[in-house]
Design a protein around this ligand. Structure first.
Ligand code: MEV
Length: 328
């Protein structure tokens, strides 16, 4: 087997969309940040021409030459790992390894279906671990491949999730200009609340496409308001103005509610945040369930976090991640 090493490990972070989800799919900006929750992947070459994947309770074991039709005979939990299988097949094909197979072990700290970028992080960390088997660790190449692979999970993806999971940090994405880093003047305190309601990003993205087809002028109006919010949010971060940043989060959430991607449980969590001292709150990611993010005033963070945490919902305080995908 003409590989560099036999076993490699990699991990990639989850993400939150601070501003601009959904609108970004239609040529508008989005501000996205990596957070300190990760997916870890260990990849090991085998010479059995099989791909064996273990991820929590789910597992999949299939020949490397399997195709989409072969998946029909598998149960849902195995089918959910098929996009990961496609990552393996893609990289082995690229490396011209005909009879090789791979064993993958995936461990995730990122809840699935909560809008925190678990699909992107699993593609990024899998692709990175696989390339590392061949002594390749080029973040640009990892991003390009993971982005194509993520399209197998949801078509029409803007690519922002894979980008931030690969490179880390807080980034502004403008479809015509690309990605640029944001370095806030101060450290913000962020809480994430999980509603426990799972969604499929692909399905919510296609519901928004239908909304846009039926309500084009309303959609355009919401898009330009979202665009304006992103611009103001960059200034608020650069200036360290947390109260304005908080208001912008809540404003952005209202646009998403009009778009139809909120959920009664999400509205409940947002009310809890705003009634207990958060500076602002919004859903993050595709919506229709998933998670909310809340900005907490730095000077009374313990008190506000304790109040919010004592109500319903599962809350975690998160930090931004500046590493992106790493080896090991
Ligand atoms: C999903 O995390 C974010 C969406 O804007 C879709 C995308 O950008 O690919 C809803």
């Amino acid at each position: 087997m003409n590989s560099g090493i036999n076993k490699a490990a990699s991990s990639a972070p989850a993400k939150i969309i601070l501003f601009g989800e959904h609108f970004v799919v239609y040529n508008n900006p989005a501000i996205v940040a990596a957070i300190n929750r990760r997916i870890h992947v260990v990849a090991q070459l085998n010479d059995k021409s099989r791909v064996n994947i273990k991820s929590g309770q789910n597992s999949l074991s299939i020949p490397i030459n399997s195709n989409d039709n072969d998946m029909m005979s598998h149960d849902n939990s195995s089918v959910s790992l098929f996009p990961i299988f496609k990552c393996v097949k893609h990289v082995l094909d690229e490396k011209n390894l005909v009879n090789a197979g791979v064993n993958l072990e995936i461990e995730s700290q990122i809840p699935h279906g909560e809008g925190l970028g678990s699909s992107a992080a699993s593609c990024v960390s899998t692709v990175a671990a696989l390339y590392s088997l061949f002594s390749d660790f080029d973040k640009n190449q990892i991003y390009e491949t993971a982005r194509i692979m993520e399209q197998n999970i949801h078509t029409n993806s803007s690519g922002v999730d894979c980008y931030v999971s690969t490179f880390g940090g807080i980034v502004n994405f403008e479809p015509e200009k690309g990605f640029s880093k944001i370095s806030p003047r101060k450290k913000f305190t962020l809480l994430i609340g999980a509603s426990g309601i799972k969604h499929s990003t692909g399905e919510v993205v296609s519901q928004v496409r239908q909304f846009r087809e039926k309500n084009s002028s309303l959609f355009n109006d919401l898009s330009s308001r979202a665009h304006h919010i992103c611009r103001r949010a960059i200034s608020s971060m650069n200036e360290g103005n947390e109260s304005e940043l908080g208001s912008l989060l809540t404003e952005n959430h209202k646009l998403l509610s009009i778009l139809g991607v909120s959920h009664p449980e999400i509205e409940k969590l947002i009310k809890i945040c705003l009634n207990n001292g958060a500076l602002g709150a919004k859903l993050t990611g595709a919506g229709k369930g998933g998670a909310v993010i809340a900005l907490i005033p730095t000077d009374s963070s313990d008190e506000v976090i304790a109040k919010i945490g004592s109500g319903p919902g599962k809350w975690i305080q998160v930090e931004f991640d500046y590493d992106g995908v790493i080896l090991g």
